[in-house]
Design a protein around this ligand. Structure first.
Ligand code: UT7
Length: 331
């Protein structure tokens, strides 16, 4: 098996900021409630007409530039998203064209908040098999396109953003680096607690589905919260154990950013030193598939992640989906 490594990372968030005080003017909420219950201060939101592939292409260009690659070097494009530009064609196709990645193939992957970890898993296996040498993995969501800005329980949480990484095989000189292990799990019994009910084959779009606001995110927050706290810990504990590691061996914990309280509860149960826990939900909110690349970029910027660092990724979300990955950072 050939191990894959992340050889470059690029991120993009739209410039427009939606602050807690903006939200105070839109729904019955308060800056204090949002900070205390979620840890969020602001999120980035696209302008009308900007779609997921528009964010993804900026993130991808940045990753390619960092590695000095041209778009035609990319062999596969995997886009993790729950807000594709269209049901079909896939956002991967649209991104391939915008980027000019001639000769690539690819697909979208729907795993909500765990999407980036699932896409990393899939991409790394295409490298492990020897089938491909350069895979672009993107986590991108325009959550504002499926949020009801009259529903205070959801509109304060989500934001828009994109992150892209290049996966390549490790070389002889860095064969201890790269994506060391993955652990993923789905539990579809959780489907009702976080979903967009209409627009698919079960409830095709109609005047009635629009009138009933069924094309928005519907979430039972406390149910998802309890699941996330339990499963984020379980999956982290299990992947560490499988690799004969403890939390003390990690240099940084980079969790999905859904709620500051979920992250802190998970980190505390794991016995993580708070200084090693990456939290940037304050400035981005929950960007679904983009949270982990955005948090990785901030971890690098803050000096928490550097060549040789051992990082643990973890996520839980709609589906339910759960995922974790152990990464020895390679650059
Ligand atoms: O990434 C995808 C996975 N998603 C998650 O992991 C999200 C998990 N869930 C959560 O993060 C939290 O459940 C929320 C942030 C969504 C909600 O926080 P909570 O502490 O679980 O609040 P709650 O839903 O239990 O509501 C508590 C109270 C309610 O009022 P009453 O019934 O106690 O009078 C809500 O109506 O807070 C009220 N409330 C708000 N108040 C002010 C709910 N949203 C707001 C709001 N502003 N934005």
């Amino acid at each position: 098996m050939i191990r894959a490594k992340i050889s470059a990372l690029g991120c993009y968030t739209p410039p427009r900021i939606l602050s807690n005080s903006d939200l105070e003017r839109m729904v019955e909420t308060s800056d204090a409630w949002i900070r205390e219950r979620t840890g969020i201060l602001e999120r980035h939101i696209v302008d009308k007409g900007v779609a997921t592939s528009d964010l993804a292409v900026e993130a991808a260009k940045c990753a390619l530039a960092q590695r000095g690659l041209s778009p035609t070097d990319i062999e596969v494009i995997i886009v993790a998203t729950v807000t594709p530009d269209t049901f079909f064609p896939s956002t991967a196709c649209l991104l391939q064209d915008k980027l000019g990645a001639r000769g690539a193939w690819g697909f979208d992957l729907s795993a909500a908040c765990s999407g980036f970890i699932y896409a990393l898993t899939a991409g790394s296996q295409l490298i492990a098999s020897g089938a491909h040498k350069r895979v672009l993995v993107v986590g991108a969501d325009v959550m504002s396109s499926i949020i009801n800005y009259e529903d205070r329980a959801t509109c304060v949480i989500f934001g828009d953003g994109a992150g892209a990484v290049v996966l390549e095989p490790v070389s002889d000189s860095d064969d201890s680096m790269g994506l060391l292990d993955f652990m993923n799990e789905i539990d579809g019994s959780g489907a009702p607690y976080l979903q967009m009910p209409a627009g698919g084959s079960r409830l095709p779009s109609s005047v009635e589905t629009v009138r009933s606001k069924l094309h928005y995110v519907h979430q039972d927050g406390p149910q998802v919260f309890k699941f996330a706290v339990r499963k984020m810990y379980d999956v982290c504990e299990a992947i560490l154990k499988r690799n004969s590691l403890t939390a003390a061996d990690l240099d940084v914990f980079i969790p999905h950013q859904a709620n500051r309280r979920i992250i802190e509860a998970t980190a505390e149960r794991l016995g993580m030193n708070p200084d090693k826990v990456m939290i940037n939900i304050d400035h981005y909110g929950n960007t679904t598939a983009a949270t982990i690349p955005l948090a990785t970029a901030d971890a690098i910027r803050q000096g928490k992640l550097r060549k040789g660092s051992l990082a643990l990724y973890a996520a839980a979300g709609a589906g339910y989906t759960v995922g974790a990955a152990l990464v020895r950072w390679a650059y």
